[in-house]
Design a protein around this ligand. Structure first.
Ligand code: ZN
Length: 435
């Protein structure tokens, strides 16, 4: 059994390598055909758990999901494990170096962030995240990482990236906050003011490779000098961003803490509200009416507020995080109660990539069933990203993106904090099931 799996990994890795070397000719290696067997399956679509199951994989795609062993196929044996779709994080920052003090951040450039990004992407994948929506980075490191993963040069999740997040002057994404403007006047950033500049910045981001547009619709927690409750754009500016993005086939993700900015962003037509800290019943009902997704990011405040300040957060930002923490939990319970659509997101990159698995138990502690929590990172996240035909489910025609846990995550959600086996596109990247 063990030998079969080890052999499969070697084959898969060599397939990945040959795919890389043949990228310029456009002729991929011959598709592999095999079946993954496990005792239990959670399909990511909300169906009841079932098993035993054989997932037949052809190349990078799931061909069929069967209740009996297919004849004549190599079997990848996962024994008593529980299979799930590869997990999806809808709020990451892959080009971010967690815990780097602000000054040091200004002293290092894109190359350093890109190297950190290679490690971040690897850690996301090995934690079980085979798809991520990356909502903001600088200097196109996110685009480079996305494309290098597609080319098979580095390992990581499938990525949608946002490039520069749009911010008003003095807003959450203005790098000049707290700085004398003489020192940083030429910084490329996502700062855009007024309807025309907003439209132009959306066009610029898309020109440079953005799959999704991120706007900073309220102030933030980790930015100096602003207030999470204040709006970060006027309604007209938000509407301009949404219209321009929509015209060019992109959705908009809106960073929102404050209630007013959240309601404006939802009414302007953004696809998702990120953080949503000050959501109350009134705001939740606006989101529900408009069909706006809510991406909670509850775990991130824990490492921010951890003893001895391991992430080197400025004192004024620690104070904001303390206030926002309770608000976020209240907002989550309100959204759940009001039936707002919730997709899994974490802000990984503020804290080390891979640790975002700790988001799951918080959802359960705050009122979700384990199945609901799993669906936020599978079916719902795929729907939010517009990739529901490709990822987020163990179903024919979907990418062969699968993870396995040793125990039952429906009985103990923390099983997802220790994903033991990871496959992406039919390639096994992690196998610790025997350990
Ligand atoms: Zn973020």
């Amino acid at each position: 059994m063990r030998r079969t799996r080890a052999l499969a990994i070697v084959l898969a890795l060599s397939a990945a390598l040959s795919r890389t070397t043949s990228a310029d000719t456009g002729s991929p290696a011959a598709p592999r055909h095999f079946a993954v067997h496990a005792a239990h399956l959670i399909d990511g679509k909300g169906g009841p758990p079932r098993g035993p199951v054989w997932v037949v994989v052809s190349g990078d795609t799931i061909e069929s999901v069967r209740a009996s062993a297919p004849a004549g196929l190599e079997i990848m044996e996962l024994g008593g494990a529980t299979l799930l779709p590869g997990l999806i994080d809808c709020h990451t920052h892959v080009s971010s170096r967690p815990g780097v003090p602000r000054l040091e951040r200004f002293m290092s450039g894109a190359a350093r962030n890109a190297i950190a990004g290679v490690v971040n992407c690897r850690n996301d994948l090995l934690a079980g995240f085979t798809t991520c929506r990356d909502v903001g980075g600088a200097e196109l490191v996110d685009v480079g990482l996305r494309d290098a993963i597609v080319a098979g040069e580095i390992i990581g999740p499938r990525l949608q990236v946002a490039t520069w997040a749009l911010s008003m002057t003095g807003g959450h994404g203005d790098p000049m906050n707290g700085m004398d403007y003489h020192w940083c006047n030429d910084l490329e950033s996502g700062v855009a003011d007024g309807v025309d500049e907003v439209r132009k910045k959306v066009r610029f981001d898309i020109q440079q490779g953005a799959d999704v547009i991120k706007i900073l619709a309220t102030g933030g927690v980790l930015s100096p000098g602003d207030d999470p409750r204040h709006t970060g754009y006027t309604f007209e500016e938000m509407k301009a961003a949404v219209d321009e993005a929509k015209r060019l086939g992109r959705a908009v993700a809106a960073h929102c803490h404050g209630k007013e900015g959240m309601i404006w962003a939802s009414n302007a037509g953004v696809r998702s509200i990120e953080h949503g800290s000050y959501m109350d019943v009134e705001a939740a009902r606006v989101l529900k009416k408009n069909g706006t997704w809510y991406v909670p990011t509850l775990y991130v405040v824990e490492p921010i507020l951890a003893p001895d300040n391991p992430l080197h957060i400025l004192p004024e930002n620690l104070a904001k995080a303390r206030v926002v923490r309770d608000q976020m939990h209240r907002a989550f319970r309100t959204a759940l109660h009001e039936g707002v659509k919730i997709a899994f997101g974490t802000d990984a990159g503020v804290f080390p990539h891979g640790d975002q698995v700790r988001e799951f138990p918080i959802y359960v502690r705050e009122g979700m069933t384990p199945m609901q929590a799993i669906l936020t990172a599978t079916r719902s996240a795929a729907q939010l990203m517009g990739w529901e035909d490709k990822v987020g489910a163990v179903a024919p025609g979907h990418f062969a993106d699968l993870v396995a846990t040793a125990g039952d995550p429906l009985g103990n959600i923390s099983e997802l904090e220790h994903v033991k086996w990871v496959m992406k596109g039919g390639v096994v990247y992690k196998d610790e099931l025997g350990k």
